[in-house]
Ligand binder design. Structure first.
Ligand SMILES: Nc1ncnc2c1ncn2[C@@H]1O[C@H](COP(=O)(O)OP(=O)(O)OP(=O)(O)O)[C@@H](O)[C@H]1O
Length: 330
């Protein structure tokens, strides 16, 4: 086929697609009998994307051409309404306190006057409803869009745990979890400044889908001081770098144990490891949260320490300051 023939075929296809795809048709290429179409589907949910693709296929069925359809999501609308900044909280592995940190960070940000939402994307153990005393709150839906619950700490919340029983969620395959996560992030968050996302631990499909689709303004990496956790944290840093999500910095959790009886501080997992690692990787070290029995008991009781007073609340407040001050994210 000549170029002129390609051009006229391209024009014919564009004319057919104009009433269906409008400005969502982001690219069209014809080569060797294959027509490649790029659809800009940012801000659309899974069903709407599927319906658009089906219409495009239907409109071109009579051409007999082989079709390849790709979706991309660059439109600003792919972020929640009015575009709060998305802060992803990640870790290379589970159990390092990522959920505890996300909850307390969200509360600390709210105490600074920010309007904050929190997405509990941890399919393997959605714990935010418990951490933020929201277990009895059920989200409503409006036109299939979920309306977050407002926790007693002023933080709005949507959790995977509100969509499915935790023991069932664990059997979800990647695409199902990614679809559910999209539903949470695209909830009706209203006018918020920050949307903190408590990611599932690790660097797998769900995390990848989420960051490719929503391009968070930044990622916070949580690590314990142990070598193994640090290796995993390094992997998480590399993962976000590859996805071009700016790494805001590294937070060390469970750093230094304060004995509840005598007040003596010790370092069961070593000390300063995360700070050294952050430095080595060239990212800010954002602070240290001690290993304290009070954090666990308060968290289990749904009273996040960041909502109280004292050195632990101060540590979370400092972390919130670092995020508020970070101009690049504003
Ligand atoms: N600084 C801390 N001091 C004491 N206990 C802590 C601290 N941080 C977290 N914990 C406790 O450690 C346990 C694991 O924390 P959390 O659920 O936040 O980790 P996680 O990284 O989100 O885990 P997962 O990703 O596997 O769900 C919880 O019981 C929590 O209360």
């Amino acid at each position: 086929m000549t170029n002129a023939a390609d051009k006229s075929e391209e024009n014919a296809i564009r004319a057919k697609l104009a009433p269906i795809a409008g400005d969502r048709l982001a690219g069209l290429r014809i080569a060797g009998g294959t027509v490649t179409i790029v659809l800009e589907t940012g801000g659309m949910d899974e069903t709407a994307r599927g319906a658009l693709e089906a219409k495009v296929r239907g409109a071109l069925a009579s051409t007999g051409a082989q079709l390849r359809i790709a979706h991309m999501a660059e439109r600003a609308g792919s972020a929640p309404a009015k575009g709060p900044r998305l802060i992803a909280v990640g870790s290379g592995k589970g159990g390092v306190g990522k959920s505890t940190l996300s909850a307390n960070l969200a509360v600390a940000l709210a105490r600074k006057g920010r309007k904050v939402g929190l997405v509990d994307a941890d399919i393997y153990g959605p714990s935010q409803p418990r951490l933020l005393k929201a277990e009895d709150l059920k989200p409503q839906a409006k036109d299939k869009q979920m309306i977050p619950v407002t926790t007693p700490y002023g933080v709005k919340l949507l959790s995977m745990g509100m969509l499915v029983e935790p023991d069932k969620a664990i059997a979800w395959r990647g695409p199902m979890a990614a679809g559910a996560l999209t539903q949470l992030i695209e909830g009706d968050w209203g006018d918020i400044d920050d949307l903190v996302i408590d990611l599932p631990p690790g660097t797998g499909d769900v995390q990848l889908t989420m960051i490719q689709k929503f391009k968070p303004a930044g990622a916070l990496i949580v690590s314990t001081p142990q070598d193994l956790a640090l290796m995993d944290a390094t992997r998480a840093v590399r993962f976000f770098e590859k996805a071009e999500v700016p790494v805001i910095g590294v937070v060390e959790n469970m750093a230094g144990y304060v004995c509840p009886h005598c007040g003596e501080a010790s370092d069961p997992f070593g000390s300063g490891g995360a700070e050294a690692e952050a430095k080595r990787l060239g990212y800010p070290f954002l602070g240290r949260i001690p290993l304290a029995i009070d954090i666990r008991t308060a968290s289990d009781a749904g009273t996040p320490p960041a909502a109280g007073e004292g050195p632990i609340a101060d540590a979370f407040a400092q972390l919130a300051d670092a995020l508020v001050e970070r101009e690049a994210l504003a």
